[in-house]
Each structure stands twice: as structure tokens, then as C-alpha cells.
Write a protein that binds this ligand. Structure first.
Ligand code: UD1
Ligand code: UDP
Length: 365
């Protein structure tokens, strides 16, 4: 029997791998989940296993927060040991975090095949740690599950062979389709925050290049506040612990109109997104979800590895200049919401697992 190992470590990986885990469960396929422990706070970790009704991981490496090198190398050594122990045939990683890089390198040295889910994304900004993680992972992977034709094209341009590339759509769609109605019915978040539909902006900002620099972080908050005041709305900002720590370290006071709240569970966050007038973010997953939900998005960055959201008219890159952010908001609020979701039909998880079933049947013949 093929042994599939699924490696995850952070909030977005838990969400985007949930459809793959569910697919294994429903098809009775054996799998092992290895959690690196890169995220460990309840509101970035346990709450997602609970809300998505996922079984507890089989292993938790509890690596925690460290410098990139220490964090990645500790994960790498521990993952190798487990993969050898369980004699994994196929290892799946998703996205671009340090957990992905560690899983990819560990697997590439063993007699197991590596599948990279969300392969071929490129921001073309090598200063982002995530860009290095993606590029390295793609180049050691045996199966490249590209979410769109655009990402498949980037892989081909880097010389990766066509037979490794499979366009599946993004599992973010599967997760969203499965949970959006539940979120709408079950979450009481709008009442809790005393807000009404379309009367607020939703913001997230956690990217190292934005929040680890005091001037940049202040400029971003100022731009968001200007935009909110112009539109006479409040901004709900579920703040990631990295950003929260930096606010405190830099002694930044949050401008009027921006309301900091705890990171939200997936259902609460989906409801907040679906009912927002507009989303401001530097998150990858949030750019995709806003686009799928039909909510205009402003990405507080100079570049994006999700260019499809911009091409369909759902997203605008504002940079981090305060006036630029406010102008982009004004522009996106005038946009017609008539775009199509470019990330697939919600069957990516099934296509990924199907690929392994087909391949192992071919090997047996
Ligand atoms: C990581 C990923 C990023 C992804 C994000 C998802 C890398 C290089 N970065 O960034 O691509 O978008 O996860 O949210 O892999 N912390 C806690 N509790 C936790 C985890 C972290 O308080 O459970 C705090 C710690 O102070 C830590 C800081 O957040 O130092 C940053 O955590 P880390 O995992 O290094 O990076 P993220 O910013 O979360
Ligand atoms: N998310 C959430 N609660 C929050 C903020 C984000 O559930 O308070 C979800 C969001 O719906 C998306 C994912 O987390 O699916 C994005 O994760 P994050 O922004 O941490 O990482 P990125 O996508 O940038 O790697």
C-alpha cells in the first residue's frame, strides 16, 4: 500500500491541505500527517483542526519560532527521521513556508516522491523568504500541482518538464466551497463585533517585509486609515502575532478607524471576508479568497504571486505608500464585481489524490 505523508506547519497549510486530508479519509487511503509546529498558538493552529474537523496530526515536531536556518534545519532532521520510520512513498507539501522547504529537502534525499501543491507561484522578488522556498521546492519535486495555467507556464519557463506538471486548481477553492455556507449560517462574528454587512473593510498584514520595518508598518496603517476615513467605514484587523509583536516593539499607535482583533478561526474569517466592503491584505491566501468570494481586494505589496487575481480585475497592487493605498481603495470600490474565479472548480484535492492512485496502478502493472 502506498504510504502518503502530508507535511504541514502553519495556518494556511492546515486550511489548504484540509481538502486533501478529507479526500484520503473518504477514499480510505492511508496517510500520515506530520505537523512541524512552526505555528503553535491555538488561534493559528488547533482551532483550524477543530473547525475543519480534521484528525489530530500523527506527529508534532514542536519546532516553534526560531531564525530561518535553525527552524528549517531542525524540521529537516526530524522530518527525515519520521519519513524513514514510516517508509513513506509519497510526501505532500503545500505552499511556500519554511515547513515546506524542510519537507522538500528531506524528501529529495530519500527514496520517496515529492508532490508540491500550489507549485509554480512566483513573485519574482527573491528578497521574500517564501520565493526561495517555492523555487527550491518546485525544482526538487516529482509532482508539480500547479493551481493555474499561468503557474504551469512559469514552471515550464524554468525548464521543468511537462510530465511533472499537473494543473489542478487551488485547494483553497475546495476548502472555501465546503465551509462558506457553514460560516454564513453558524458564525455570529458580525454580531459579536457589532458590524453590519458591507459597512467595514477587512484587513490583514503580516508579511515580514511589511511589518518588520517600523516605517513601512506605520505607512501602511496610515494609508488604510486614510482610506477608511474617506469611505466612513471602520477597518477590522485580525492581527497575526508577528505583526502584533512588531507593533509593540516599535511602539506604533494604531490610527483611528482601525480595530485590532485576535486572529479569527476559519469560519469567522470567511464570514468577515464575504461580507466586507473591501479587503486589504498582504496575504497570499486572502487575495485568492477575496477573488473567489467576489469581494474587491487591495494588496499592500509591490508584487504578487497571484497575478490571476489582478488580471481578472479582482485585485489591485497598491504598494505600501499611504496615498497609493488610499487611491487603490478608491479605484477598487468603483470596480464592477463581474470576474470569474481563476482558481478552479473546487476539485483540486480530488485531482491530486487521483493522480497518485493512477500512478501507483500504472507502477503495479
Ligand atoms: C509564516 C510563513 C509565511 C506565511 C505565514 C502564515 C515562512 C518563512 N513564513 O510566517 O509565508 O504567510 O507563516 O501565517 O515560513 N508566532 C506566534 N505563534 C505562532 C507562530 C508564530 O506567536 O504560533 C510569532 C512568533 O513571535 C514568531 C512570529 O510570529 O517569531 C513569526 O512566525 P513565523 O512562523 O516565523 O513566521 P510567520 O510570520 O508566521
Ligand atoms: N485566516 C483565518 N483567520 C485570520 C486570518 C486569516 O482563518 O484571522 C485564513 C484565511 O482565510 C486564509 C489563510 O488564513 O485561508 C491565510 O493565511 P495567512 O494570511 O496566514 O498566510 P498566507 O496565505 O499569506 O501564506
Amino acid at each position: 500500500m502506498t504510504e502518503i505523508a502530508i507535511i504541514l506547519g502553519t495556518r494556511p497549510e492546515i486550511i489548504k491541505l484540509s481538502p486533501v486530508i478529507r479526500e484520503c479519509e473518504e477514499r480510505g487511503i492511508e496517510y500520515t500527517v506530520i505537523h512541524t509546529g512552526q505555528h503553535y498558538s491555538d488561534n493559528l493552529d488547533t482551532v483550524f483542526f477543530e473547525r475543519l474537523e480534521l484528525p489530530k496530526p500523527d506527529y508534532n515536531l514542536s519546532v516553534g519560532s526560531k531564525s530561518h536556518g535553525k527552524q528549517t534545519s531542525e524540521m529537516l532532521a526530524d522530518i527525515e527521521e519520521i519519513l524513514l520510520d514510516i517508509d513513506a512513498d509519497i510526501v505532500l507539501v503545500q505552499g511556500d513556508t519554511n515547513s515546506v522547504l524542510a519537507g522538500a529537502i528531506a524528501t529529495s534525499k530519500l527514496d520517496a516522491d515529492l508532490g508540491h501543491i500550489e507549485a509554480g507561484l512566483r513573485s519574482f522578488n527573491r528578497e521574500m523568504p517564501e520565493e526561495t522556498n517555492r523555487v527550491v521546492t518546485d525544482h526538487v519535486a516529482d509532482y508539480l500541482f500547479a493551481p493555474t495555467e499561468q503557474s504551469a507556464e512559469y514552471l515550464r519557463e524554468e525548464g521543468l518538464p511537462d510530465e511533472r506538471i499537473i494543473v489542478t486548481g487551488n485547494t483553497v477553492v475546495d476548502a472555501l466551497y465546503r465551509n462558506q455556507k457553514i460560516a454564513e449560517e453558524k458564525s455570529s462574528i458580525l454580531r459579536e463585533f457589532d458590524i453590519i454587512d458591507e459597512d467595514y473593510f477587512l484587513m490583514t498584514a503580516h508579511r515580514a517585509e511589511n511589518v518588520d520595518n517600523s516605517d513601512s508598518f506605520e505607512e501602511i496603517l496610515s494609508g488604510v486609515s486614510i482610506a477608511a476615513n474617506r469611505e466612513n467605514v471602520i477597518v477590522i484587523y485580525p492581527i497575526h502575532p508577528r505583526a502584533e509583536n512588531k507593533l509593540e516593539e516599535f511602539g506604533i499607535s494604531v490610527p483611528p478607524g482601525i480595530r485590532l482583533v485576535e486572529p479569527q478561526d476559519y469560519l469567522g474569517f470567511l464570514k468577515l471576508q464575504a461580507n466586507a466592503k473591501l479587503v486589504l491584505t498582504d496575504s497570499g491566501g486572502v487575495q485568492e479568497e477575496a477573488c473567489i468570494l467576489g469581494v474587491p481586494c487591495v494588496t499592500i505589496r509591490e508584487n504578487t504571486e497571484r497575478p490571476e487575481t489582478v488580471s481578472v480585475g479582482a485585485n489591485q497592487l497598491s504598494g505600501i505608500d499611504a496615498e497609493g493605498i488610499a487611491d487603490s481603495v478608491e479605484c477598487m470600490l468603483k470596480t464592477d464585481i463581474d470576474w470569474d474565479n481563476p482558481f478552479g472548480d473546487g476539485t483540486a484535492g480530488s485531482r491530486i489524490i487521483e493522480e497518485f492512485i493512477t500512478t501507483s496502478a500504472e507502477v503495479k502493472q
